[in-house]
Ligand binder design. Structure first.
Ligand code: ARG
Length: 590
């Protein structure tokens, strides 16, 4: 039983049955706000009656009848009676349930409203590092960030996507120096070699080698350091080499994003280098205001609630270089001052929790992050291997994101091909990607954001259980019924026969469809996409029961058939829209 929270952030265009009942109860209970829940005894259960009864010197049953009598006789509440010591069991009339389904079906947004007072939310997500291949660790930030971006934008919030790529720092000094000293033109130039090794893979490799050289050879290390200075000073050759690294990496990132179906565009990549020109002022102001002080040659902030024994926030290093923290401070200032954000969200590994706490605290004290602006680090758990340790390849290396996408797609291809042996290659490849990528993203999104989860491809693509494949299959089945009924895609839903009674499975499905808006709003409120996943899974499961118990095409009565087709149609659209908000495709056929 879930508490049905009135969607605090949205003004729904179709009032949910729960909200309508609650509004009436509040009036009948003279303003005492009842708490409404779904219940298996009736449609809803309200508490709060006991306290009210005590206050009025009545017994709960008497009060319940009084409340029931005070409710308007408009058919919304068909039954209201006391249960146990202080609950009300409330049943909604079939006609009201059907009318609600029809009203949602008549609305392109399925009755989901918009944020009452929209503002700008900046979502910082994905944020890989230049000259390195994206790995499995980027899946969570990318998938969750993408879902939040879609949900918030759908609700009418102004969303700014920020891919805070790591494109600056001492690492590039060593890589560029190594590339300059050992150009090896047969690799790393042109369109990925004949051998199919992508340029980014070559760069990743070179990066490792440069680092090893840096550690082993002090003379090289010194030249690499000078290279950083040259980069910062805008030396032409160095800047050109850096730009090429950025270009190759961006191409790789965009290719992954396109295959993964996330909204990030090249223009959203506003990397660390972007904030470079702002850093001297950031440091100067921190120093002037007394927030930062010299410590062993570095410029540091010592936040007030810093846990014992942890390092302070270093904004400028001893060698004069600026740190990761200074960049994040400049980014906050830019997002608040320049983009007029009211909310800053960061989808970053839980290990950076302390970093963000100190950065937010410093930005608040410096006046760059006013109290009216919310800043939230949204950490997430780790993806684990079957052994319960962070997921790695057999050789112990980090797992490339591309490899995982390829494997998921290959597995999905087997499933799709087994169901449709005669599918043309192009269509097979398309559906395999939709199913495979959907499975990968859903497995990530459906787990509680802050918890670790075990990476298990077999489970992810399973047709049974809480998977994208199961949702996609349910959706395809709904579409198939609608096709067989002759409904044109995009045609208006059949008019309901409002006078007919509803079967239990029809009611359950309809009441769930009515909760869609609340599920979407809950994601916006909590920044937890798994809530929408759980909702969609419940919906697909309710549909499965409906499908078993309520024949649609074989229904004898034309009115019953119309009502069931309407339920199929709204279920299909709700699943498609809901999956779409998670960035998961819902093909019409599997
Ligand atoms: N590139 C960083 C990393 O790989 C993540 C950046 C997250 N975003 C931020 N604003 N700090 O750890």
């Amino acid at each position: 039983m879930d508490i049905i929270a009135p969607a605090s952030v949205v003004a729904p265009s179709v009032e949910s049955l729960a909200a309508a009942v609650e509004r009436r109860l509040t009036a009948a209970m003279a303003g005492a706000a009842p708490q409404l829940r779904r219940s298996d005894r009736a449609d809803f259960q309200a508490n709060g009656v006991l306290a009210l009864a005590k206050g009025r010197g009545l017994n709960p049953a008497a009060l319940a009848s009084e409340i029931a009598a005070a409710l308007p006789a408009d058919g919304l509440v068909s039954d209201c009676r006391a249960s146990g010591p202080g609950f009300l069991n409330i049943t909604v009339g079939d006609r009201a349930v059907l009318a609600n389904v029809a009203a949602r079906a008549a609305d392109p947004r399925l009755g989901v409203g918009r944020v009452a007072a929209p503002g700008v939310t900046v979502v910082d997500y994905s944020s890989p590092n230049i000259a390195k291949e994206m790995h499995i660790g980027h899946l969570r930030s990318t998938a969750i960030g993408d879902a939040l971006v879609r949900v918030l934008a759908f609700l009418g919030e102004g969303v700014v996507r920020r891919n805070h790529v790591g494109d600056w720092g001492t690492g590039f000094g060593m890589l560029i120096q190594d590339l300059v000293e050992r150009p090896e033109p047969e690799h790393g130039q042109g369109e990925g070699g004949e051998d199919g090794i992508a340029e980014i893979a070559v760069l990743s490799d070179r990066y490792q080698r440069a680092r090893a050289r840096f550690d082993a050879d002090p003379a090289f290390a010194e030249r690499a350091r000078l290279r950083v200075v040259a980069l910062q000073a805008g030396d032409q050759e160095t800047v050109a080499a850096w730009q090429r690294l950025v270009a190759v990496s961006t191409e790789h990132f965009q290719q992954v994003y396109a295959e993964l179906g996330v909204l990030l565009e090249a223009a959203d990549a506003v990397g660390e280098s972007h904030y470079n020109p702002m850093l001297p002022r950031i440091c100067a102001e921190l120093e002037e205001s007394g927030l930062a002080e010299e410590s062993n040659g570095a410029l540091c902030v010592f936040p007030e609630d810093r846990p014992e024994g942890t390092a302070p926030l270093m904004v400028r290093k001893g060698d004069g270089g600026y740190g990761y923290a200074a960049t994040d401070l400049a980014a906050i200032r830019d997002r608040v001052g320049g983009l007029a954000a009211r909310r800053l969200l960061y989808l970053v590994d839980a290990r950076q929790g302390l970093h963000f706490r100190m950065v937010f605290d410093t930005a608040r004290r410096a006046g760059w992050l006013p109290d009216t602006v919310e800043a939230r680090h949204l950490p997430f758990g780790t993806i684990l291997g079957a052994d319960g340790r962070p997921f790695r390849t057999r050789a112990g290396d980090t797992v490339r994101l591309q490899d995982v996408m390829d494997e998921a797609t290959a597995r999905a291809r087997e499933i799709v091909a087994s169901k449709n042996p005669d599918l043309p290659e192009q269509e097979l490849a398309r559906r395999a990607r939709q199913v495979g990528i959907g499975a990968l993203k859903y497995a990530d999104l459906s787990n509680n954001r802050v918890k670790d989860y075990v990476f298990d491809l077999d489970r992810m693509v399973s047709l049974n259980g809480d998977t994208a494949t199961y949702l996609q299959y349910a959706h395809a089945r709904m579409r198939s019924v609608l096709r067989k009924a002759g409904a044109e895609p995009g045609a208006a839903a059949p008019a309901p026969a409002l006078d007919l009674p509803l079967a239990p499975a029809e009611r359950t499905l309809a009441l769930l469809l009515d909760e869609f808006g609340a599920a979407v709003a809950a994601v916006a409120d909590t920044c937890e996409p798994h809530r929408l996943c759980a909702y969609l899974y419940a919906l697909a499961s309710a549909f499965a029961t409906f499908w078993e118990e309520c024949p649609v095409l074989k229904a004898e009565d034309a009115g019953v058939r119309a009502n069931r087709l309407l339920l199929c149609s709204l279920s299909a659209r709700t699943l498609e829209l809901g999956m779409g908000l998670l960035g998961i495709e819902a093909p019409d056929q599997l």
